[in-house]
Design a protein around this ligand. Sequence first.
Ligand SMILES: Cc1cc2nc3c(=O)[nH]c(=O)nc-3n(C[C@H](O)[C@H](O)[C@H](O)COP(=O)(O)O)c2cc1C
Length: 367
Amino acid sequence: MTWSNRDALKFAYWVPNVSGGLVISNIEQRTSWTIDYNRELARIAEKAGFDYALSQIRFTAGYGAEYQHESVSFSHALAAATTKLTVIAAILPGPWNPTLAAKQIATINHLTNGRIAVNVVSGWFRGEFKAIGEHWLDHDERYRRSEEFIRALRGIWTQDNFTFRGDFYRFDNYSLKPKPIDPQPEIFQGGSSRAARDMAARVSDWYFTNGNTPEGLAKQVDDIREKAKENGHAVKIGVNAFAIVRETEEEARAVLNEIVEKANPEAVNAFGHEVKNAGKASPEGEGNWAKSSFEDLVQYNDGFRSNLIGTPRQVAERIVALKRAGADLILLGFLHFQEEVAYFGEHVIPLVRELEQQEATAAIAAE
Ligand SMILES: Cc1cc2nc3c(=O)[nH]c(=O)nc-3n(C[C@H](O)[C@H](O)[C@H](O)COP(=O)(O)O)c2cc1C
């Protein structure tokens, strides 16, 4: 694909539907997990030019996130408070089965005129599974189940008399009524491991990955897109980033330093132990947090690695570099969500649009 026929980058933000923000640090965070704060944030975000709002699914506290609102109901409330934003509700196979998920999301699709999508997560937190009595499958088995889950969702949403014989799920002549209206709910997934990429290359509409450099991202994207092509499938890529945008680079760096200095080492190390353990059964050892340092782990999804830390221009240029590496969407976390989402919409997104336009013009001239 050349630059000239690529869509404008999409922007998503992490919905703070769990307490404690997005960094494992005692730094002050003017972010709240309440519904009132989140409704206002969703309205600010759609006005700022954000396309999507991604909620998290957690059933227990881990290393932070002491309180957690459930993602599907919370997403619906945010869609109801807005008019353009598409909400992405995280769903965990196991607690959810595809029958309930398909029905629930189809109904919300009708209630919101198609502004609901799902993020099918595969699980990394063994303690959480144990607490809620869920069987802990090996890494690649978790993905085998997620893939059947996604195939079942799509089948139920698009076919009458849907019949499916999987190892985890079975359907016999099932017809969901009503089916979702267009736009059909998009299916996102997360990961970095071989199993995660292969699933994306077969069934998902979108692949979310942890924060990364443009070079690291490009490697994953090339790998996934090549495999997807072999499968006759198209998949779009979203990359995580924790943005710290300030008038000067020094101010932005100072905020990062303070976040890391005030990190809670015990909690960060315990989180690191858990996620590395979760990835162990991924045979090739390339799971999401396989290469994460202590500093990376202070942000749950390696968001500092994308380096969106600096002035609006520096950040806009790095975002466009991520697009060049293959990103279709930038997923963003912030320290003080409401004010920083507004600032990002005012100062960064317009610069990204300018740079995208310049690249497209240059690409057309070169063709
Ligand atoms: C952007 C993003 C969002 C995620 N959201 C959740 C979530 O809400 N709940 C959850 O349990 N796991 C979540 N995950 C974890 C993934 O589903 C997956 O278990 C994890 O990335 C491990 O991947 P691996 O296959 O690379 O080891 C998320 C991952 C990413 C990249």
